[in-house]
Ligand binder design. Structure first.
Ligand SMILES: C[S@@+](CC[C@H](N)C(=O)[O-])C[C@H]1O[C@@H](n2cnc3c(N)ncnc32)[C@H](O)[C@@H]1O
Length: 221
């Protein structure tokens, strides 16, 4: 069991605390940014969508609604508590599945998905670049990837708060605050765009056209 597993197992048992954390992290605009990120992904009927670091399964329902009964949604989370909670939530849909797995080295068939999504989870992994590479690897050639994520304050004077805020969040959430998720998306996708909100602390990065889809036959683990 890694540190990440332990931290998020605790969060999985405390949904109220998690909601409070999100209220602070999103400065009260959680629903807006989550919706914006889903719009950027734009899943459509019949598509197969992978969610990396699905947590308690918050986004599985909206994704399932978008892909409809003919589509497929797979959620992956490393924390046993999170994966079990999400799996229980997904039980009501026969085309939504949750597995416990490591997004940074997932054994997933290349070409298996039309789209991949991650909300506040790429920067929670021990290797954000590897998590983005997983997303790219599992997508079809015209596949899309969207990550909603957070980074420290960018502009002055708010930047002076980072030495206070960042260490606390690192302990509470295993936050990999220095992760350059947009750079990883640029490296692994033909096109990458970033929208920033809340003084740069929240962003939605979208990638289209995975670059590294060689070796499509490989099952990786
Ligand atoms: C801040 S939570 C976000 C959960 C959910 N996506 C949401 O929006 O509420 C980060 C999640 O990433 C998961 N996670 C961290 N490292 C992971 C990894 N290597 N593979 C899969 N999931 C991971 C954690 O267990 C946790 O559920």
């Amino acid at each position: 069991m890694t540190a990440t597993d332990g931290v998020y197992d605790r969060w999985s048992r405390n949904p109220r605390a998690l909601r409070l954390l999100y209220a602070v992290a999103f400065a009260g605009r959680e629903a807006t940014f989550r919706r914006r990120s889903r719009e950027a992904l734009s899943p459509s009927a019949g598509e197969a969508v992978l969610e990396l670091g699905c947590g308690r399964g918050t986004t599985l329902g909206p994704l399932r609604e978008a892909v409809g009964p003919d589509g497929r949604v797979v959620g992956v989370d490393y924390s046993r508590g999170m994966a079990e909670t999400a799996a229980a939530a997904a039980d009501r849909w026969e085309n939504v599945h949750v597995v416990r797995g490591d997004a940074t080295g997932l054994g997933v068939r290349a070409d298996a998905f039309d789209a991949a999504y991650a909300a506040m989870s790429v920067s929670a992994t021990s290797d954000p670049t590897a998590a983005v590479a997983t997303a790219a690897r599992c997508l079809r050639p015209d596949g899309r990837f969207v990550a909603l994520d957070a980074r420290p304050f960018q502009p002055l004077p708010l930047r002076v708060l980072n030495p206070l805020v960042v260490p606390v969040l690192r302990v509470l959430t295993d936050w990999n605050h220095a992760a350059d998720v947009p750079a990883a998306v640029e490296a692994h996708f033909e096109t990458a765009t970033v929208e920033s909100y809340n003084a740069g602390t929240i962003y939605v990065v979208s990638g289209a056209g995975p670059r590294d889809n060689d070796g499509r036959d490989a099952l990786r683990g």
